[in-house]
Ligand binder design. Structure first.
Ligand SMILES: CC(C)(COP(=O)(O)OP(=O)(O)OC[C@H]1O[C@@H](n2cnc3c(N)ncnc32)[C@H](O)[C@@H]1OP(=O)(O)O)[C@@H](O)C(=O)NCCC(=O)NCCS
Length: 179
C-alpha cells in the first residue's frame, strides 16, 4: 500500500502486527464495546480488507480504519482518531484515503452504521456525501441506542488510477457493533 505523508508528518499506511496494541488502545477509548486486539490481528493481510493506520511524525498510531470490500460494495466497519488528535481534520483525511482505496478496488457503494447520537461521526460522514437509508432499532449496547445506516456512492475509478488489490471476500465479521 502507498504511504501518504502530509503536514506535521502525518502519514497513512497499512496496519502492521506491531501496531495492533496501539490500535486497540485507541479502540478502547473510542467505543464502549471495543474490538479485541486479536480481531485486528486477525485482519492482517486479508485482501478484502482495507485496514489502515494514521501515524504521527514519530510513527506512533493516532488513528485507524477498517473497510470490508465485497465485490462492488464496501462497509466501513471501524474508524477512530485518538482523542487528543480529534477536531483537526484528521478523521476527514483518513476517510478520504479509505474511500479512495475503495474506489480503486471497484467499490461503488460504501455502507456504514453509526449511533444516532454520534454527532462528530455524522458531521464527518455528511461531508463525504453519506446519506441515511435505514435505522436499526436498539442495535447498540452500552448504552442501547439505534443505529443509522448510511450509504455513499463512489464514482468509478478512471483508467489511469492505481490498480486495485485482488478482492477476496473477508470472512472475519465479528464484533461489528461500532458507534
Ligand atoms: C468520528 C471521528 C473519527 C472524527 O474524527 P476527527 O478527526 O475528529 O474529525 P475531523 O476533525 O476530520 O472533522 C470531521 C467533521 O466532523 C466535525 N466534528 C468533529 N468533531 C465534532 C464534534 N465533537 N461534534 C460535532 N461535529 C464534529 C468537524 O467539524 C468536521 O465537520 P466539517 O467538515 O463540516 O467541518 C472521531 O470523532 C472519533 O474517533 N470518534 C470516536 C470513534 C467514532 O465514533 N467513530 C465513528 C464510528 S461510526
Amino acid at each position: 500500500m502507498e504511504r501518504l505523508t502530509g503536514p506535521e508528518g502525518i502519514s497513512i499506511r497499512a496496519l502492521r502486527s506491531e501496531d495492533v496494541e496501539a490500535v486497540a488502545a485507541i479502540e478502547r477509548e473510542a467505543f464502549t464495546t471495543p474490538w479485541e486486539p486479536r480481531t485486528f490481528a486477525g485482519l492482517l493481510d486479508r485482501s478484502g480488507v482495507e485496514l489502515v493506520v494514521m501515524t504521527d511524525a514519530t510513527d506512533a498510531v493516532i488513528g485507524y480504519s477498517v473497510l470490508w470490500c465485497i465485490l462492488d460494495q464496501g462497509e466501513l466497519a471501524n474508524i477512530a482518531i485518538a482523542p487528543g488528535f480529534r477536531g483537526r481534520g484528521l478523521g476527514a483525511r483518513l476517510l478520504e484515503h479509505v474511500l479512495e482505496r475503495a474506489r480503486a478496488r471497484g467499490v461503488r457503494k460504501v455502507f456504514l452504521e453509526v449511533r444516532a447520537s454520534n454527532e462528530a461521526a455524522h458531521a464527518l460522514y455528511a461531508r463525504f456525501g453519506f446519506e441515511e437509508v435505514g435505522r436499526r432499532r436498539g442495535y447498540y449496547e452500552r448504552p442501547q441506542e439505534d443505529a443509522l445506516v448510511l450509504v455513499a456512492a463512489i464514482e468509478p475509478a478512471q483508467p489511469d488510477d492505481p490498480a486495485p488489490h485482488s478482492g477476496d471476500t473477508p470472512t472475519h465479521r465479528t464484533e461489528r457493533r461500532r458507534g
